[in-house]
Design a protein around this ligand. Structure first.
Ligand code: ADP
Ligand code: MG
Length: 558
């Protein structure tokens, strides 16, 4: 590409700093940038993948194995590379997992496309071929997939465990997988048409540092990480009427700002009495409603705290808005924003317990209609808890996708090798130049088993040969045991993934690759490169133009 750059491009109507790159140069430039991103996350793929330590500009450290987290933290400002980051984000949103797979596949598609471009195959033919292959591959995923019932907790546990492998959460994966499956089943309802709807909004995740991850637990109801406003307040209720309030229990603003001319001590006393009366009235309104417990989103005046304590009411101030919303799901009732309109019907009902050691309130609903569970994750330090939370959040998404979608496939590269095999036989029916693109697509899909082997220190070619052989013999579930290096039925071995995640990875990787391939002209307002553009003959990929745009130094991985 540097060769072409030296010939120079006409720049007629653009500003001094503007730069234009066309045709093959544009494609190569974009492909390099996209591949750089893909390469950066590849080494994290699979149970034997490594972690990355990311240090942001503030010096905060994140240690993770999670593809999308890595890409988000990398602070990429190259527009093409950003398209690849979007692949990860789409994958995360749609499937909750498989981000590394999606991004690495996109990179491999582009790498193979590069070979085809070098053979003078037009991008349009490649794009068409990739599109056809992606469609066929997704149809085949559906054909290969096996059904899973929402109450098959054994299998769902395997799905959760597979999703957590390679992450910190893996150390406690048995316990966490149980908690995850229980959480999902607690918030799953069967719709009228018999389908299963998982509402993860009813599952809250709370984290606590200090204790071991093994002490994580699933609690019915909400966990509120707050103290009572007054030491003399009761903290335990079997059956409490609960007020959720988003109005402060304080003197109203207007009264504080109003200027009062006080001319005598009497008047001052009168004024203070007035304030006290107002606070007393607010507390009285709460007492009259029958509330035993108040979770207030705003502040509570000292004097009001005192009155509430005297009335035997438990009050918590500055409760997070999201906690108030979640509490409403748990105890029912409604969130009150004006004490003047408070009625008994607004109150929810629940039990309240205090965990003095952790300084938490546990609030559980009493009615049948009450829903909402809290997964309380524990870990020794913030870093540990953060990475566990990421792993568990992903696994929750994965299990809930699996429950609502109802289809799973064998992991460890099994699905990919089977897809590649089927795509190769499909390629013949496509013919023409597109056929070559379909074959290139099949090769790209096999990146997953290759990298799984590579990351496990195994010979990737030998592995692929044995896997292909098994699949030729009809072993649809033959995948790689990354620990022993053997080819085995990975489904039986417990490496099970949602079919939906695989379909999503295929479609977003293809879309991104095709988007990049379609570009034949880059017009940039500023210079594209900060290094001496294409000065050095056949500069290393990632250098020259590929080096443009900050990759936080990680792009050098190419
Ligand atoms: P992603 O971000 O794509 O989910 P991961 O690092 O989670 O990346 O790796 C997922 C890949 O690892 C999948 O192909 C999955 O089948 C494979 N995998 C997970 N657990 C195992 C295992 N125990 N043995 C072999 N492969 C596994
Ligand atoms: Mg994963």
């Amino acid at each position: 590409m540097s060769q072409r750059m030296q010939q120079g491009q006409p720049m007629i109507i653009m500003g001094e700093d503007a730069q234009r790159v066309k045709d093959r140069d544009a494609q190569e430039y974009n492909i390099q940038a996209a591949r750089a991103v893909a390469e950066a996350v590849r080494s994290t793929l699979g149970p034997k993948g490594m972690d990355k330590m990311l240090v942001d500009s503030m010096g905060d450290v994140t240690i993770t194995n999670d593809g999308v987290t890595i890409l988000k933290e990398m602070d990429i400002d190259n527009p093409t590379a950003e398209m690849i980051v979007e692949v990860a984000e789409t994958q995360e949103d749609e499937a909750g997992d498989g981000t590394t797979t999606a991004v690495a596949t996109a990179g491999e598609l582009l790498k193979n496309a590069q070979d085809l471009l070098e053979q003078d195959i037009h991008p349009t033919a490649i794009i068409k071929g990739f599109h056809l292959a992606s469609q066929e591959a997704r149809a085949q995923v559906d054909d290969i997939a096996e059904n899973v019932e929402p109450d098959d907790t054994e299998l769902l546990k395997k799905v959760a465990e597979t999703s957590m492998t390679g992450k910190s959460s893996e150390l406690n994966k048995d316990l966490l997988a149980d908690l995850i499956v229980d959480t999902v089943s607690a918030v799953t309802v069967e719709a009228d048409d018999g389908s299963h709807v998982v509402d993860l909004a009813n599952a809250n995740i709370e984290t606590q540092t200090g204790r071991s991850t093994a002490e994580s637990e699933l609690l019915n109801g909400a966990v509120i990480d707050k103290d009572a406003v007054h030491d003399d307040m009761p903290t335990e209720f079997d059956e409490a009427d609960v007020l959720l309030l988003n109005e402060p229990i304080e003197i109203e603003e207007a009264d504080v700002d109003t200027q009062v001319n006080i001319e005598s001590p009497d008047q001052l006393q009168q004024f203070l009495d007035q304030e006290e009366k107002q606070l007393k009235q607010k507390v009285q309104q709460i007492v009259d409603s029958g509330a035993d417990v108040v979770f207030c989103q705003k502040g509570i005046d000292d004097m009001a705290q005192h009155y509430l304590a005297k009335e035997g009411i438990l009050a918590v101030r500055r409760t997070k808005k999201s906690d108030i919303a979640f509490l409403r799901d748990v105890v029912g009732g409604s969130v009150v924003s004006d004490l003047d309109t408070l009625e008994a019907a607004d109150l929810g009902r629940g039990s309240v317990r205090r965990d003095g050691e952790d300084e938490l309130f546990y609030v559980e609903g009493l009615d049948d209609e009450s829903h909402g569970v809290t997964l309380l994750l524990r870990g020794s330090t913030d870093h540990v808890v953060d990475e566990i939370e990421r792993g568990v959040t992903d696994a929750l998404d994965v299990v809930s996708t699996t429950v609502s979608d109802g289809r799973v496939v064998a992991g460890g590269g099994a699905i990919e090798v089977e897809l590649a095999r089927r795509l190769r036989s499909y390629a013949g029916s496509v013919g023409g130049r597109e056929q070559l693109a379909v074959e290139a697509f099949a090769d790209a899909v096999e990146l997953v088993p290759r990298v799984l082997a590579e990351n496990a220190g195994l010979d990737s070619i030998d592995t692929l040969v044995s896997l292909r052989e098994a699949h030729e013999n009809g072993d649809v579930r033959a995948g790689l045991n990354v620990f022993s290096g053997d080819v085995e039925d990975t489904f039986d071995a417990g490496v099970v993934e949602p079919a939906h995640s695989k379909e999503q990875a295929l479609s977003s990787a293809t879309e991104a690759a095709n988007l990049v391939l379609k570009i034949d002209d880059i017009i940039a307002a500023d210079e594209l490169s900060t290094s001496g553009d294409g000065e050095e003959e056949g500069g290393a990929p990632g250098g020259g133009m590929g080096g443009m745009g900050g990759m936080g130094g990680m792009g050098g991985a190419m």
